[in-house]
Design a protein around this ligand. Structure first.
Ligand code: ADP
Length: 500
């Protein structure tokens, strides 16, 4: 639509003018739901078949943008988990670990291509089930998920080059537990390296966003992957715990909260299970006075508001050098006013729905804490839909380093802004966090980037950009953000044992 294109260009080039120009707005441009098929009920995908849960219990998954029920999914209990682990073990011993690597790769390539073929449907379902804008699921989640399958399929028969002079052996059965913020991408992120290296999988989705992983199970079924190589089950925390505690699981890969990460760490202590944990974050995004300010402001907006702040690597702490703080805050507020909050299926939407009522309550709790701590709150003046779970883009200025809104993970579109004067001061402040997942540095000077990245304790540090992902780059944290890396060669090594 040419009109929309013109408006998009105007939106990018002149945000200040937009703030005062109320004479126009975007026409709705919703993606059609009809391109997606969601069944009214999903069973468990075990041993290549859709199996009823032993307890015959199901729970609803809803659209957080309007609270309408989308479908219901099975609640797997300990008996179901045991069945899935047995299927995975059988597939591992009988054929998957013995299959020539290049044959395994063909299956993974096939899955990658099918994810691409069904990209539109997957994006729509991701947005319906999770609340994130279709622009994000269409342009980031789904293509990046396909890329992970392609990337690891490529490695399957080249492991001798990944680990020169070493022989690799798969670990066996991998239990994988994923969160609700990137349901399909997290499934791809975990399944692709596991099966490419010869392991088999039992994966559990998050309770609020099971649908795209179940669609992936349909793709896996259609791709004719041998039964039991990938088992996808649904359920809540107890189902996850049953996977973690199952004696025949060799490896646990978990992405989620630090609290549950600690429970898992305790549960596997004293066993010979291998573990990788990707947990919370409180990323410091640092703007120096010599940074390209407009670019940095857009990077901050991208880092915290797009995706509703539902990313563990969200740039939720902003450190601005004192000399440019006023300018940056003014530009941020102007840009916040132009963000479109609303129907996640609309292609113009910047900020969608909060994933669940309980997540919205957590965000609201922190906003209240921020005010009580004496920080100054600013939120965009946009109106919010009446049904569903919504939060305006919000920022806090006058924040102290010790404030809870500067220390704890909020997981919502809420930014805490602090200022600094010197490099040493900002490094100390940025590192003063229980987390260490990601960070960002905005400056014109390459030497400053190297100085900062060397001294900051974060697994991923972006320079003059933010939230950029690639299957070949490792991702993971320090301290309470977990350990182990996913992505790239590091992601491969988490699924093999190396022999001489
Ligand atoms: P979030 O706060 O992001 O929802 P959680 O850590 O609560 O993160 O959930 C992440 C995943 O961990 C979900 O799939 C959830 O069902 C699962 N989970 C929750 N509790 C446990 C547990 N005790 N053991 C294993 N998995 C769990």
């Amino acid at each position: 639509m040419p009109v929309t294109k013109k408006k998009t260009a105007a939106k990018k080039s002149n945000t200040i003018k937009l703030k005062f120009d109320t004479s126009w707005s975007y026409d709705p441009a919703p993606e059609s739901k009809s391109a997606a098929t969601i069944k009214p009920r999903y069973d468990l995908f075990i041993n290549g078949e859709w199996q009823k849960p032993a307890g015959n219990k199901y729970f609803a998954t809803i659209n957080p943008a309007n609270e309408e029920k989308l479908s219901e999914v099975a609640e797997a209990n300990t008996a179901d988990v045991d069945k899935a682990v047995r299927a995975a073990r059988n597939a591992y011993e009988k054929y998957w670990k013995k299959m020539p690597a290049k044959e395994r790769a063909k299956y993974v390539f096939r899955i990658a291509r099918m994810v691409q073929e069904k990209a539109r449907e997957l994006a729509i379902i991701e947005t319906l089930d999770g609340g994130k804008p279709i622009r994000e699921s269409r342009d980031f989640d789904v293509p990046t998920a396909a890329n992970h399958f392609f990337y690891y399929a490529g490695w399957a028969d080249k492991l001798e080059y990944a680990f020169p002079n070493r022989r690799t052996e798969p670990l066996g059965v991998a239990g994988q537990i994923i969160p609700w913020n990137f349901p399909l991408l997290m499934a791809a992120w975990k399944i692709a390296p596991a099966i490419s290296t010869g392991n088999t999988v039992v994966l559990k989705t998050a309770e609020t966003t099971p649908l795209t992983a179940l669609k992936l199970a349909e793709i896996i079924e259609e791709a004719d992957l041998p039964p039991g190589v990938v088992n996808i089950i649904t359920g809540a925390g107890e189902t996850g715990a049953a996977i973690v505690n199952h004696p025949d699981v060799n490896k646990i890969a978990f992405t989620g909260s630090t609290d549950v990460g600690k429970i898992i760490q305790r549960a596997v202590a004293g066993t010979d299970k291998k573990v990788t944990l990707e947990l919370g974050g409180k990323a410091a995004n640092i703007i120096f006075e010599d940074a390209p300010i407009d670019q940095a402001v857009e990077g901050v907006i991208n880092g915290i508001y797009f995706n509703q702040g539902h990313v563990c690597c969200a740039g939720s702490r902003l450190y601005v050098q004192e000399s440019v703080a006023k300018q940056v805050i003014r530009k941020l507020k102007d840009r916040m006013e132009s963000l479109i909050v609303g129907d996640p299926l609309d292609k113009n939407t910047d900020i969608g729905a909060i994933n669940s009522r309980s997540q919205l309550e957590t965000i609201q709790k922190y906003v209240k804490i921020g005010k009580q701590e004496g920080a100054e709150m600013y939120e965009s003046s946009c109106s919010l839909p009446r049904k569903g779970f919504w939060c305006r883009p919000t920022l806090f200025t006058n924040v102290a380093q010790s404030n809870r809104i500067a220390q704890e993970e909020i997981f919502g579109p809420v930014l805490s802004i602090l200022t600094f004067r010197t490099d040493d001061e900002v490094i100390e402040k940025a590192n003063n966090s229980p987390y260490g997942l990601s960070a960002g540095v905005w400056t014109d000077k390459g030497s400053k980037i190297f100085n900062m990245t060397k001294r900051m304790r974060a697994g991923v540090i972006w320079a003059n950009t933010f939230n950029k992902f690639d299957p070949s780059s490792p991702f993971g944290g320090y301290k309470e953000s977990g350990f182990g890396r996913e992505g790239g060669l590091h992601g491969l090594s988490a699924y093999v044992s190396l022999k001489v």
